[in-house]
Design a protein around this ligand. Structure first.
Ligand code: NAP
Length: 326
């Protein structure tokens, strides 16, 4: 695999527990595979067991290939330590049962990569009644992070939460009264805007969490992976304009492979240089500034409260007491 030398040269052990949502394809697949090849134990949290198991088999084959080429930074284990656990972010109950299963088998969690996502989906509501991109990209992860933070706070130094956001947050607007888009018809629903909003919320969540965790061992950062050729286009192949945009991006060679796209996630997760970094919005492995809306503290706190209200059946006030530790 070309370019592996540009990855951070870190040696991890199976004592490092890494959880990545949507690790069976695209950016998440490459992120999970390379962090596992550095030696960590990686759990991919996916909605399809079949797709996840196939992905793990493919990772093992690609690992053999990297070992035979003696790729720098690739560990010498017999097999990669990658496991599947079931998680469907369209269901808050699924998030809850995922957390129960995770807590029953794991006592540590060092890196949590919130990577799973859907983009520019048409208007649809989950079983919990939320707009689907809001829930999959943001709210489901909000619940997951909040429920797993007590374990992370107890997992030793340099624990990291990474929120895989998007440059699409630049196209967002902030109006919590319209956050679910229920005032729209299917025809008037603005798919890019609602995708961008979900990605904006992730960055705002980063700031809110860091305010609460700033003296702890857990840091929270976010990132834009670039324009990456993955299966993310699944839900908007009907949008001609986007086909043209992606085609032009490819011609201009501004699109990245999933491996190239994963580099920012991998660096954010394991690069020792980023130890103690908080509130970063990484792009191309550099810290950039998220937009003005994302940095608005008053709006961040309004979103925090809105999210807690959305999750009132799943999060009791006492579930949040630990956040005051920071
Ligand atoms: N590609 C880009 O240009 C780009 C740009 C900016 C940001 N991003 C962000 O990067 C992240 C990864 O995207 P990608 O490009 O790698 O897309 P992808 O190839 O479509 O992968 C998305 C992953 O999310 C999983 N997922 C979707 N819905 C889920 C659900 N309900 N529950 C659990 N997992 C679910 C998918 O699982 P299945 O395989 O089962 O569907 C898949 O593993 C996303 O957060 C995306 O917003 C991507």
């Amino acid at each position: 695999m070309g370019g592996a030398t540009s990855l951070p040269q870190v040696s991890l052990t199976t004592d490092h527990v890494v959880l990545i949502t949507g690790g069976n394809t695209g950016i998440g697949y490459e992120t999970a595979k390379w962090i596992a090849m550095m030696g960590a134990r990686v759990i991919i949290a996916c909605r399809s067991e079949e797709r996840a198991k196939k992905a793990i088999e493919k990772m093992q084959e690609e690992f053999e290939g990297e070992k035979s080429k003696s790729t720098p930074g690739v560990c010498s284990r017999e097999t990669l330590a990658v496991e599947f656990m079931k998680l469907d972010l369209t269901s808050l109950k699924s998030v809850e049962s995922f957390v129960e299963s995770f807590k029953a088998k794991e006592s540590k969690l060092h890196i949590l990569l919130c990577n799973a996502g859907i983009a520019m989906h048409e208007q649809e509501y989950t079983e919990d009644g939320f707009e689907i991109m809001f829930q999959v990209n943001y709210l489901g992860h909000f619940l997951l992070v909040t429920k797993l933070l007590p374990i992370m706070l107890d997992s030793g130094e340099d624990c990291r939460v990474i929120l895989v956001s998007s440059g699409a947050h630049q196209a967002a607007s902030f109006d919590l009264g319209k956050a679910q888009g229920k005032h729209h018809t299917k025809e008037s629903f603005k798919r890019l805007l609602y995708y961008g909003n979900s990605k904006l919320y992730q960055i705002m969540q980063m700031y809110s969490l860091n305010r609460r965790l700033n003296t702890t061992n857990v840091t929270v950062n976010s990132l834009h992976p670039g324009i990456v050729e993955t299966e993310i286009t699944r839900s908007f192949t009907d949008l001609m304009l986007w086909k043209v945009f992606l085609g032009a991006s490819k011609l201009l060679q501004v699109t990245k492979t999933p491996f190239e796209g994963a580099k920012t996630s991998i660096n954010a997760a394991v690069n020792p240089e980023f130890k103690d970094t908080r509130d970063a919005y990484y792009m191309d492995m550099r810290v950039k500034q998220a937009n003005r809306l994302a940095r608005d503290q008053e709006k961040q706190e309004a979103l925090w409260q809105y999210s807690i209200d959305c999750l009132k059946e799943f999060l009791k006030p006492e579930d949040l007491n630990f956040l005051n530790k920071g």
